[in-house]
Design a protein around this ligand. Sequence first.
Ligand SMILES: C[C@H](O)CC(=O)SCCNC(=O)CCNC(=O)[C@H](O)C(C)(C)COP(=O)(O)OP(=O)(O)OC[C@H]1O[C@@H](n2cnc3c(N)ncnc32)[C@H](O)[C@@H]1OP(=O)(O)O
Length: 710
Amino acid sequence: MTAEQANSVFDFKVNDDNIAIVTIDVAGEKMNTLRDSFVDDLNAVIKQGVEQNIKGMVFISGKPDNFIAGADIKMLDNAKTRDDALYLSQTCHSVFADLVKLPFPTVAAMNGATLGGGLEFALACDYRVASDASNTKLGLPEVQLGLLPGGGGTQRLPKLVGIQKALEWTLTGKQVRPKQAKKAGLVDDVVPNSVLLDVALKFAVKGKRKSIKPKLGKVSQMLESNPFGRNIIFKKATENVEKKTGGHYPAPFAIIKAIRAAAEMAPAKGYEIEAQGFADLVMSKESKALRGIFFATTEMKKEWNEQSQPTENVAVLGGGLMGAGIAHVSACKAGARVRVKDIAQKGISGALNYSFKILNKKQKRRILSKAELQLQMARITGGTDYAGFENTDIAIEAVFEDLKLKQSMVADIEENCNENTIFASNTSSLPIGQIAENAARPENVIGLHYFSPVEKMPLVEIIPHETTAKETIARVVNFARKQGKTPIVVKDKAGFYVNRILAPYVNEAANLLLAGEPIEKIDEALVEFGFPVGPMTLLDEVGIDIGSKIAPILEKELGERFKAPDAFSRLIDAGRLGRKSGRGFFVYDKKDKKVDESIYDLLGISKNPRLNKEEIAERCVSQMLNEAARCLDEGIIASARDGDIGAIFGIGFPPFLGGPFSYMDSLGAGHLASRLATFAEQNKHFTPCEPLVAMAEAKEAFYTEQASAS
Ligand SMILES: C[C@H](O)CC(=O)SCCNC(=O)CCNC(=O)[C@H](O)C(C)(C)COP(=O)(O)OP(=O)(O)OC[C@H]1O[C@@H](n2cnc3c(N)ncnc32)[C@H](O)[C@@H]1OP(=O)(O)O
């Protein structure tokens, strides 16, 4: 064995049938990734196979739960120039091309995550066999990092699964389950992990693969095989991407271009287009921001990670929209037994129905079997009293924003559960310390704030009050992770973090409306800025009544800048509560909505558009940024990183900007403070907060790299 081979990520062994079993294992890491040495290591393996005149080669992972999770994202971050990034892609192309040209068959035996460059590696093999383990997922998620698959994925995937599926998978970054992968033609067989290697070895004696053709239906076959059909496919894909991304992300367009090249150009040209696109994207600010989010969330998984008592029995108090969502993720994601308590039977059946609808959709799409649906539904029960609550590990309340009501629920839980039961409040604004004020066991009381719709929004805010026990925090953090959430632990002050930065932003939108800016223009301005919906739509979705309940709490605790416009009470009096009442700023007709023009009269507004959309967006967003800077200074969030992730996952702050703090760094504290000061000449609520002014004077940034660069 040479020194090079000793350090290789590959272990090369030849069996009695003269088949090489090559085990991939990146030493000291939980996940296999393609690192700097990968290309050289694979070249060495290829050379060894040829020299030893083997009959076939099987690649399998030495890790228990992953094949390869893609190229090492840190390595991509280390690419300092475009040429560095281009080199990464081109060398990958070259070694995979050598793999394809080998005189003997190659097989990828995949168990666990097989993603990005890991799947591209497998695509360059003759055969692919996947284990049926629940964590085996295959996909090209590069788009989520603002990249395109740069290891030949855009060229090889369409040849296996067709253009349309390749577009769908690469544009969404979808990770597919083995059965789905087999149906689409991505893998040749799906088998239990215990026989994965044996089955892969059988493929290795089959000889080189001759030709591959995607398994397409008649219509798809017709569309994909002629230039007119393909024109339709690529035009539609481009239109969808434009609509979905608002043109803020370059990666999807580059993916479409590369897949089109795979379908219509000579192979060498296709690979060249992929490599050039990859190099551009690695250097793009959008990808840098998205990679930053990956690193931040990975880092966050390591925090509040202490072992804690498991959560098996959950009570949800209140079967409304939030309660139903919380019950769903607790039962169906975290696998807990859930009991929903409501004062009315209607609330309980509503919550059960909520979960059934979600699961039923999954069953129809064959993501779930009927038996699995029944099993998951059996985990949720309900009642109008506290019968059977003794074993509750966590009780989560999701009732109205009423302090007295929440305090009485703490007392009920203390009376009807056990001394270890945690009381978690889903309040969006009330300080948790106040909710725990009369508690006999305040150490068990905590805030656990979800965002609507609960099953879709990835964030939860976890809010310990002054005497919440560490064990309580750890248990709730662990449970939130089991529910599939990204938790941030925030300080107990009204509005916590997300609603606190959202309120001044929405208030500014309301002020602009009252000053005569049209509703649709305000929404368009913020959607064009990069938010998923505009602030007026957001208010309608949340409910104008809910917003008006939260505003006085924030105003009382945090000051006058949180005061919502008085005129909005007229909307509530007129029964315009938002989408749920069919009318708010918009009128709703099934899925359609249009601005309710009569609202201008009701609010006493004459339309008077004065600002352009950029100015509207700048005003609303700068209010949010100013408040975010205050939150960091007050210790509401522990770090700029938590603030960025909280805003992206909780509000949909544009991910390509990296979150409010990364965005402030890109603007510069000095620039932002000066813009705020200009706006403050008309409205004092814009006055830049002290910490921001201090940062501007000291030329500091929230993240140290920016500080040193400026
Ligand atoms: C040329 C190519 O086309 C370009 C590419 O391949 S770009 C990369 C594409 N791949 C990806 O985007 C996958 C990224 N990884 C993931 O989504 C998730 O890690 C996963 C689904 C694989 C596993 O998730 P989970 O089980 O929660 O484990 P998670 O905590 O995220 O990861 C475990 C460790 O692996 C690391 N890791 C996972 N994938 C990685 C990657 N592609 N690069 C670098 N590190 C990675 C994590 O940083 C973490 O490191 P740590 O042990 O130091 O904390």
